[in-house]
Structures are given as C-alpha cells and as structure tokens.
Design a protein around this ligand. Structure first.
Ligand code: ADP
Ligand code: MG
Length: 701
C-alpha cells in the first residue's frame, strides 16, 4: 500500500543529511522513519488568528502575520551587526530583526513576496518588531499538511543551532505522509477500536501531527495514548510482571500458637488501627487459595516491621518458612536484631544471611534451611542466590522495595513449586498510579497513622553561612543527651569529590566537637561492612554523639535517641531521598529536627524541593511533588526498571486510560494468550514488530 519503508534511516528523506540524522538520533533517539513518525509534538499553538499590524499591542505575546518584505537594512553597531527587514501589510509597517544567520536570510528571502511570519512581539521606540521570526512563503504553507493548529516538537539547543527547526521537522514528517499517501498499518483490532469508539490509525497519525481541528486532535491523542499503554501492558503481561489472573498459592488456614502467644503476651505496644487493618488484610490473603502479592506502603516510622513479623508468625504456624529481605547489610542486621528480640519468648529460629556470612556459616545456614530447622531467614540479596534453598518457603517479605528490581522480585517466586506469598514493604510512597504500572497486580495496603505520641519533625532551611548557629544548636542537643546525624551526598558522577566533601566535613566537625567531650562516628560505602556495623552499633548504643555519614544510612536505620538530622548540600538530593533521610529522626517521643543546609543561590527546582520539605511531612504529598518535578521516569523505584519512557502517554495524568488499556490487554490475552485469533492479527503483527525493534520498545530494559 505504500512506497515507503518505515525501517529505513531518516537520512533517506529530503532535507536531512548524515549530520542532521546523527544529531536527531543523539538528541532524541530518532533513527528510522517510523521513529520520526512517532515523534509527537510537545504542544500546539493555535494559529487560527492572523494579526494585522495595526492591531498589535505591546504585551509581547506570540503573533502571526501575513505580509511582504519591502526592504533590508544592515546595521553595524559597537555590539555587532544585525539585519533588519521592513515588513508591511495593508495596515502598517514593522520590523523583523536577525542577529545571526543574516547572510542566509539575505540570499533566501525575496522582496515583495507574501510571507507568513510568526514570533514574539517587541515594542521599541514606537516600532513593533519580531526578533528571529519564523518565516515562510505563504505559498509553501498552503501546499503542506499544516493547519492553523501548529505542532511544536520537542527541541534542543543543538538541533536549533544546526538548523533543525520546528519547521524542518514538520516538513520531514510531511514527506512521510506524502510518500505513503497517509496510509499506515492499523495496530489495533476492530473490537478494541469499536469498543472505545476510537479513530483509525491513519486519521490519528495525521491529526496528531497536523490537527484538522481540536476535536480530532483530542481523539488522536486518546487513541495513540491508549495504543502506547495497551502494548506496554501486553508486554508486562507477557513477561509475567502483570498477571492475567491470580496465581494459585498456599493456604495458611489458621493463626496458631506462635501468633496467638505473641499477641497475648509479647506485644511491646498496642497496635495502631492501621497496623491491625493491614494484618487483617494479610490474613485474608493467606486464607484464600491465591498467591498474595501485596504492597505495604507506610511512611518511615509507621511500624511496618511488626506487621511483617506477625505475618511471618502466621506462616510458621502453618509449618512454612518465611524470609525477610533488606536492601543493605546494615538494615538486614537491624531487622535480624529486632526479629530476634521480638521472638525471644517464642520457639522460633531466626537466622541471618548476608554477603559477609562466611563459608562455614553459609554451609550451616543452607543445611538448616533445607531441613526446616530455620523458620525465618533474614538477609540481603544473598538470599536470592541459587544455592539458597528452602524446605518450604511460604512467605517472602521484601523491605524497601525501591532498591530491588522487578526481576529480583520474580526470582523469589520461583524458589518453590508454588510461589510464596509476597509482601513488599516500602516507605517511599509511590503514587498509586505508578505502583500499578510498576507492580501490576499488587494489592495495596496503607499504614497512614504514625504510632501515638510522635511529634512532627521540625524542618528548617539554613544557608552555609548560618553554620555557627547550627553548631550551637547541635551542642545544645548533645548536652540534652541527644544524638545527631550529619549526612553528605554521595552521588555517582563525582564520587571522588563527594568523598572529599565528606572527609572535609568530618574533619571540621571533629575540630568543632573535640574528643574527649564528644565522640564522632563516620560511615560511608567504602568501609568494610564489619567496620560499618561497628560504627552503627556504637552510635545505636549512644557511645557516639554524632554520626557523619553518606546516604548509606538512608534506609530504615532506627536509633530513636537521634533527634537531629542535618543534611549537607541538601539541594543535591531528590525529594524522596530527603524524606527518607529525615525519617531517621523523630523515632522517639521527643521533638526532632531536620536541618537542610544549602548554598545561597538555588535553582527553581531545588528551591521547590527544599520548600516542600519544610512545609510538608506527608510522604504522599512529597511523592506527588517529586513526580511532577522529575517526571515518572526518574522517580525512585522506577529507574532500575526503566519502565516509564512513554512517548505520548503520561502515567500521572492518563491514569484512567492506563486502567482501560490494562483491562483490555488482560481480557484479550486471557482468551487468546498467543494472539492467534484472526481478529487479533493486527495486534500480534504490531507487537512482534515492536519486539524486534529494540529502539522503539524501550519501556522495559
Ligand atoms: P518502619 O515502618 O519505618 O519500618 P519500624 O517498624 O521500624 O518503622 O517502627 C518504627 C518504630 O516505631 C520502632 O521503634 C517500633 O518499635 C515503633 N512502633 C511500631 N509500631 C508501634 C506502635 N503501634 N506503638 C508504638 N510504637 C510502635
Ligand atoms: Mg523499616
């Protein structure tokens, strides 16, 4: 039907040579004709209105005019040359001005020919002007596909500099339409198209680039977003990341001795209502015959550990083993200690396995896991090694999910003939929409309330020059018997420099707070884990007053006596990280503080982040701001899956559509798992094509 090969490189189009092709590939990953066809406008400007020069007002808005150039003038000033064109319509005269590229302008624009110009209006000494206008022959414009709703494509400085303007992109895309006569392969089935009253692919692609009118534009947006989300869901389902229906799971019939004894005699505090509710939800999952897949979101300090522990007790009561996996060794050890402590009056065996476990320890651990002597295994990724085999793993709990990829999670499913129940706990409050698209069919539980008696952490922003008063404050708190964290960023790009910052900071703190009056711990990623453990232990026991550290302490660390969190170069942290770090204090009943130290001149986004932290302690609200500032692709928990690289859909705003696409994909694959039915032919063809071409299919790495 067409005489164009969509897989051909874009330099086969007119107006684009090797250089521009390479540039487009580097800047936007556009390699083939198809990539370009699916390179969608970022926004549209309504150019329905043509202004008359006599109607212009000096509010510097963007306007479009039709007229002729009646003369050129070159002006040389001390600041350099500029080219000025006199532009007239039948109502008045104005100026077009170029500071660059005027040689080309001179040679290519002719006098007394009708042009359309577009740009921002300036008003200076009684004369209107447009600097570096978009300008085009009216006859050209009339010939093309463009309408009065003008597409504006994403662009970069480099593209502009190399002359790949918005107009150039438009013309390249026009060429594609002309060579295939506007006919494209339909990618969706008739059933879906009818079900959602969608427009066909030809109409959608035309109107997304060159909208005939607003209504068709929104219809094409709907259709193309749906399509994108739909194939994304098909992929998730095929990779088993989203399930068509629930998988069969172990049934834990009843709570038994361990749980009941603990509940009656050993509970260290009254559970909050939210904690009770979540335990109830988990119990009911256990009692159904489907595998549990539950995400437990609870802000830092909300008390997820006890919920995890009590769930594991139910597993052991039903003669199953349970495991708790943490992202760092420090955290695994901390969990191990608290589970040991909670289970001290129970007949339960808790064992720790980390990367530092010695060979002989491992042998012993492996043995006891396989013969069932070990009831609960706590550990790091080491748990995922193939050598680690359970007798009958019934429940896997993953703490602080954002450190683990989806792939690792699915690995846990395969430790047994039936998959264990899975509980994923996170303190990074992932907005529900994101959670859904990332974790598929995870059910979600929330712990919203904090244990009673907690005070809100007072958060303030201080500049580097306020350091002396910050030191005074630290001294006061230490005199009151409290402990302090000081955290430095350690971000990959400049690890050496960061490390120097940390060491410099440590030195200046050591000078300010000298031994023997003050004891200082230091902790960073390059230390041996036994040393880290030792320092953590000293701090936890209250033997040191200040913990100077990198973000290794970010996740989960629990020292209730620490009341001040000082974050150095806070502008360099992301919001979720700041929130995590702040959560290290405020774990006891005394007032706690978080001090965000920054340099003086902050960028807009940094300022917004800092202010959000100062104003809000609600993790969900913070996560929403984070999402808006960084876009879903960068939000914690999504990087490692690289999953959210959408061309047109937006996971945050197109929530409803995501849901529809998901249901639709599920329905189709439930009936026709291999897409073999005649009516799904288009879907299969498109999907196979996508799978072959990695470039366009980069949602999932
Ligand atoms: P997180 O959800 O961040 O993992 P933890 O489980 O570490 O939180 O709990 C934080 C602190 O709150 C711990 O010291 C824990 O003992 C305490 N805690 C948890 N639940 C309650 C409760 N219902 N009442 C009082 N303290 C609680
Ligand atoms: Mg925790």
């Amino acid at each position: 039907m067409t005489n164009i090969n969509f897989n051909k490189r874009i330099n086969s189009l007119k107006g684009i040579g090797e250089n521009r092709a390479n540039l487009l590939q580097r800047e936007f990953g556009i390699e083939t004709i198809e990539h370009l066809l699916y390179f969608f406008p970022r926004r549209y400007i309504d150019r329905t209105k043509f202004y008359k020069i006599c109607d212009l007002v000096s509010n510097s808005s963007e306007v479009q005019l039709v007229g002729k150039i009646t003369g050129f003038r070159e002006i040389t000033q001390s600041r350099g040359k500029r080219l000025l064109a006199i532009f007239e319509d039948d109502t008045g005269v104005m100026e077009l001005i170029w500071f660059r590229g005027y040689k080309w302008i001179r040679e290519n624009l002719s006098l007394n020919t009708t042009y359309i110009v577009f740009g921002k209006i300036n008003f200076f000494k009684g004369v209107y002007s447009i600097i570096h206008p978009e300008i085009e022959l009216k006859s050209e414009f009339d010939k093309g596909l463009r309408t009065t709703i003008q597409p504006i494509y994403p662009s970069t400085e480099k593209l502009i500099k190399s002359g790949v303007s918005n107009k150039v992109i438009c013309k390249l895309i026009e060429q594609i339409f002309f060579s295939c006569k506007g006919e494209f392969y339909e990618s969706l089935s008739k059933t879906i198209i009818n079900q959602f009253e969608m427009i066909g692919i030809n109409e959608a692609l035309l109107n997304i680039h060159f909208p005939r009118n607003q209504k068709l534009l929104s219809k094409s947006q709907f259709r193309l977003k749906f399509e994108e989300l739909f194939f994304f869901q098909i992929q998730l389902i095929e990779k088993n990341l989203v399930r068509k229906s629930k998988i069969k799971g172990f049934i834990f019939k009843s709570v038994g001795d361990n749980f009941n004894f603990f509940y009656k005699n050993c509970l260290p505090f009254d559970l909050t209502n939210d904690q009770k509710l979540v335990i109830k939800q988990i119990r009911s999952d256990f009692a159904s015959n489907a595998q549990m897949n539950r995400l437990l979101q609870g802000d830092v300090g909300s008390g997820k550990t006890i919920v995890a522990f009590m769930s594991m007790l139910i597993a052991t009561d039903n003669n199953f083993q349970a495991t708790l996996m943490a992202p760092t060794e420090i955290l695994a050890i901390q969990h191990y200690n608290s589970l040991k402590n909670l289970s001290k009056d129970l007949k339960i065996n808790v064992v720790l396995l980390t990367g530092s476990s010695t060979k002989s320890e491992r042998k012993f651990i492996h043995q006891n896991l396989e013969n069932g002597t070990t009831h609960i295994l706590v550990g790091t990724h080491a748990i995922l090694e193939d050598r680690v085999k359970f007798k009958n793993l019934g429940l896997a709990i993953i703490d602080e999910q954002h450190r683990f990829g989806v792939a690792q999670r699915s690995k846990l499913w395969h430790k047994n003939n039936l998959p264990p129940h899975v509980l994923v706990m996170t303190a990074t409050p992932i907005p529900r929409t994101l959670a859904m698209s990332l974790y598929g069919d995870l059910d979600i539980s929330l712990i919203k309330e904090l244990p009673p008696g907690r005070k809100t952490i007072k958060t303030v922003h201080r500049l580097d020059k306020n350091r002396l008063s910050v030191f005074r404050f630290i001294r006061e708190e230490i005199n009151n018997g409290k402990q302090i964290y000081i955290v430095y960023p350690l971000i990959k790009e400049s690890q050496k420099l960061d490390f120097k910052d940390l060491m410099d900071g440590y030195e200046s703190i050591s000078r300010e707070f000298q031994m023997p009056d003050y004891q200082i711990s230091i902790m960073h990623g390059q230390m041996k884990s036994s040393d880290k453990e030792y320092e953590m232990e000293r701090f936890a026991k209250g033997e040191t007053n200040i913990m100077v550290a990198t973000t290794v302490i970010e996740v989960g660390v629990n020292v209730p006596n620490a009341s001040v969190m000082i974050i150095e170069s806070a502008e360099r942290f992301g919001l979720s990280q700041l929130h995590q770090l702040r959560g290290r204090v405020g774990r006891g009943n005394d007032q706690s503080y978080c001090i965000l130290m920054t340099k003086d001149n902050l960028s807009g986004d940094s300022k917004k982040r800092i202010n959000t932290m100062v104003d809000s302690s609600d993790g969900f609200q913070i996560a929403e701001v984070d999402l808006k500032l960084r876009g879903p692709g960068d939000v914690m928990g999504t990087q490692q899956s690289g999953i959210l690289n959408f061309k047109i859909a937006n996971i945050v705003y197109d929530n409803d559509l995501l849901f529809k696409a998901r249901e639709s994909a599920k329905d189709i694959l439930a009936i026709d798992p291999n897409l073999e039915l005649e009516e799904n032919y288009n879907i299969k063809k498109t999907y196979m094509g996508m799978k072959k071409r990695i470039g366009i299919w980069n949602y999932i790495s």
